[in-house]
Design a protein around this ligand. Structure first.
Ligand code: CUA
Length: 331
């Protein structure tokens, strides 16, 4: 087996070794062709130097077999690399339905993490080991990019919409998070850590906001330990969403018990398709809810009049996440 090119980085997620395999293949193929091309170049420069007597350049005609070979073989090989990469990428994008969800908000210049039970952390993401985790990610200001090298995981976060990524961590301990999209003066300080905890340690942290006494979080490639540990969570994210729902007067037009009012009810809508005025269908997910808050008249549910005002600028990302969690909870 050829040596691994991703020097020393721990393979801390289930996809890490598969991504490394594709990356290693591309790297070693590049090395091979570098040697072939540069080798031929150096040899020809020496072999056909003008100082060598008695050599005249031959009149070279085309050779279809040769042209066919050097077109088809590399093309087939490129397609093989593409197919392999695409398969790994599609697996990476597939979010298991039972994944543990965490909301991520990037802002100049830190990361906020919000959990379903209301726990919030800054720059420190706690996740359970050996369990699929789904990050629902957005930005409050500019483009940022969430990068965890040990997981081989990278995703841009974009203001005004949600992106998703999922992973399953397999090495407990501390793993660095970097921002890899230039986002202003504090960009290089926009550092976070993922703390992968054993299932029972994670459950303890999730309940209490504290780490179990005596727990030492190791760092496979250097670390500083947690800065924030979760604080208190008096309310779950959905409960906060219910408060926002009341405070912003949503109940005037939307019921939560299935009765249609001026607008559609929120009961049982999340994750289902709804029919729009023009007969098309849209799935109620994070992005649709967010869009409906910002541009309410863009995709109006069939049978309702477009009469909702925009909430652009009137809700923070945390409030929007909370509202979405509340709508999710209305099964
Ligand atoms: Cu955030 Cu760079």
């Amino acid at each position: 087996m050829l040596p691994n090119t991703t020097i020393q980085l721990p393979k801390a997620s289930t996809v890490a070794h598969r991504i490394d395999s594709v990356s290693d293949l591309v790297f070693w193929v590049s090395v091979l062709f570098f040697i072939l091309v540069v080798g031929a170049m150096v040899y020809f420069a020496w072999a056909y130097h003008r100082s060598k007597k008695g050599r005249t350049t031959g009149y070279i005609l085309d050779d279809h077999r040769l042209e066919f070979l050097w077109t088809v073989v590399p093309a087939a090989f490129m397609l093989f690399i593409f197919a392999w990469g695409a398969i790994v990428y599609m697996d990476l994008r597939r979010v298991p339905p039972n994944a543990f969800e965490v909301n991520v908000i990037g802002r100049q210049w830190l990361w906020n993490f919000e959990y379903a039970n209301g726990r919030k952390t800054m720059n420190d993401l706690y996740v359970p080991k050996n369990r699929p985790v789904k990050l629902i990610m957005t930005s409050e200001d500019v483009l940022h990019s969430f990068f965890v090298p040990n997981f081989r995981l990278k995703q841009d976060v974009v203001p005004g919409m949600y992106n998703y990524i999922s992973f399953e961590a397999i090495i407990a301990g501390e793993h660095p998070i970097y921002c890899t999209e230039f986002c202003g003066t504090g960009h290089s300080d926009m550092l976070g850590r993922v703390f992968v905890l054993e299932e029972k340690d994670f459950d303890y942290w999730y309940e209490t906001g504290k780490l179990p006494a005596g727990l030492v979080i190791g760092a496979p490639n250097g670390g500083q330990g947690p800065a924030t540990t979760g604080g208190d969570n008096k309310k779950t994210l959905a409960e906060t969403g219910k408060d926002v729902f009341s405070a912003k007067g949503c109940f005037a037009c939307h019921s939560v018990d299935g009765t249609p009012k001026v607008g559609p009810t929120f009961k049982g809508v999340y994750g289902h398709d709804v029919e729009l005025a023009d007969g098309s269908k849209v799935k109620v997910d994070e992005n649709y809810i967010r869009e409906s808050l910002m541009d309410p008249n863009l995709k109006v549910v069939k049978g309702f009049v477009p009469s909702m005002p925009t909430f652009r600028g009137l809700l923070t990302d945390t409030e929007i996440n909370a509202l979405i969690a509340y709508i999710k909870s209305l099964k």
